[in-house]
Design a protein around this ligand. Structure first.
Ligand SMILES: Cc1ncc(COP(=O)(O)O)c(C=O)c1O
Length: 432
């Protein structure tokens, strides 16, 4: 049994009283990190600092507790899962980072375990540090392997904000200031098989899609979409890259969302929950034939911190916890409960919430207008529930709690969403 060590409470040492400490942090953040982010936090009512976290709960510097249903979708295992923390601590005591000249066992172990849980015959894994890096590497591998220049991606897609990942992403707001992006990228409507068939040809290195578009507002494609893409790619000799950075590692109730369809990509990108909610890590896994690009030159793609022992120790523990605690079943069951509860709220307030959709613990609430989004986020914060909007579709707020959340906590989330929707409905009524 691993001891669940409780975190230290706020110690009013050098910063003085909590309020003074918060003010100083906000002022430093505004001055030295990002001023407009601070204005946004203040506008939304986030006038505090997160301080400690455990499971589904974040405790702020004033000792107030919040249910975390946001977290960019990272916390399938919850915050600071004691088993993952212990694995990282044990590794930290031995050796924090790899010297990179001698081999280290941790990436080998995590690679073997990933080969056991990724779909089909995916076998080799490259480790990096984030989702965008996992996408970058996947795109490079596809180009390097096929020798073709083109990519076909989908409208509204979110694949990260580095140049390659941004080039295949689908929201102009984030793309336009950085033109020109990677050439030879075509975007087609998500979920439209015919449009994809028209766009993929002998110049296409790869098709890249998310099995469910997360940041575009939790868009679940029609049944059979991924299988159809597989066939289109095979017919054209193009590769299929699935970006499971958000959907992967249990978020939707399967280890990878493509396993709902038994669709096997050539390359799969992952990150977020792979670090067990404790360490940042990204990775992409591919079929051996495709990874043969590394045979000629093992340094063809590399990363100083990629596959570092701390991140890999977290990854190994994360996969063990998913299996031993039945987190996939929990995500499926709790997801069903939450989806049904949220649909009840939607039926009560159809003028505020237009639709509730999702799979497992990746659920989107499509609101009536973008204006309602800020109202709902603030109102939920007043009820101590943290939920965020989708980056590519601000009309949709995303509910993505950890799989370790309890039923009582889920009921508290539902009550808060009901109260928030009630408040929003009252404001809308006043305006009309
Ligand atoms: C599907 C998908 N791909 C890639 C990324 C980028 O990941 P990161 O922010 O770790 O670079 C995200 C982030 O939200 C994502 O949802």
């Amino acid at each position: 049994m691993i001891k669940d060590e409780r975190p230290a409470p706020y110690d009013p040492g050098p910063g003085g009283a909590p309020d003074a400490f918060v003010e100083r942090a906000f002022s430093d953040y505004a001055r030295y990190v990002n001023d407009s982010m601070v204005r946004l936090w203040r506008f939304t009512g986030f006038n505090t600092l997160e301080w400690t976290a455990r499971g589904a709960t974040i405790t702020d510097i004033h000792g107030q507790e919040y249910l975390d249903c946001g977290g960019y979708g990272v916390f399938v295992h919850g915050h600071n899962h004691p088993r993952v923390v212990r694995a990282v601590r044990d590794q930290l005591d031995r050796m924090a980072l790899s010297g990179r000249t001698l081999p280290h066992a941790a990436p080998a172990e995590l690679g073997r375990r990933l080969a056991g849980v990724t779909p089909g015959d995916l076998q080799y894994t490259f480790f990096c540090n984030s989702g965008a890096e996992a996408v970058e590497g996947s795109l490079k591998l596809a180009r390097g392997f096929t020798g073709r220049p083109g990519f076909v991606a989908t409208e509204g897609a979110f694949h990260g904000k580095t140049f390659g990942a941004l080039s295949v992403s689908g929201r102009e707001l984030f793309r336009k200031p950085f033109y020109p992006l990677l050439p030879e990228v075509t975007h087609v409507p998500y979920g439209d098989v015919e449009a994809m068939r028209q766009a993929v040809n002998e110049t296409t290195a790869a098709v890249i899609v998310e099995p469910i578009q997360g940041e575009n507002g939790v868009i679940v494609p029609p049944d059979g979409y991924l299988t159809a893409l597989r066939r289109i790619c095979d017919a054209a000799g193009a590769l299929l890259i699935l970006d499971e950075v958000q959907t992967g590692i249990g978020r939707t109730g399967k280890m990878f969302a493509c396993q709902y369809e038994d669709a096997v990509p050539d390359i799969i990108a992952m990150a977020k929950a792979l670090g067990g909610g404790v360490m940042p890590i990204g990775a992409f896994s591919a079929k051996p034939k495709i990874f043969s690009l590394f045979d000629e030159n093992p340094y063809i793609h590399s990363s100083t911190f990629g596959g570092n022992p701390l991140a890999c120790a977290a990854g190994i523990a994360a996969l063990e916890v998913i299996e031993e605690e039945g987190l996939l079943e929990q995500a499926r069951e709790k997801g069903r409960y939450l989806l049904e509860g949220l649909r009840q709220v939607q039926r009560q307030y159809p003028g505020v919430i237009r639709e509730v959709r999702g799979r497992g613990l990746l659920i989107g609430l499509e609101l009536a207008t973008e204006g309602v989004t800020g109202m709902m986020i603030s109102e939920l914060m007043n009820h101590h529930v943290i939920i965020i909007h989708s980056l590519n579709n601000p009309k949709v707020i995303r509910v993505s709690p950890p799989a370790v959340i309890t039923t009582a906590q889920l009921d508290a989330v539902l009550a808060a969403v009901g109260a928030g929707a009630g408040q929003a409905a009252a404001v809308i009524d006043e305006l009309v």
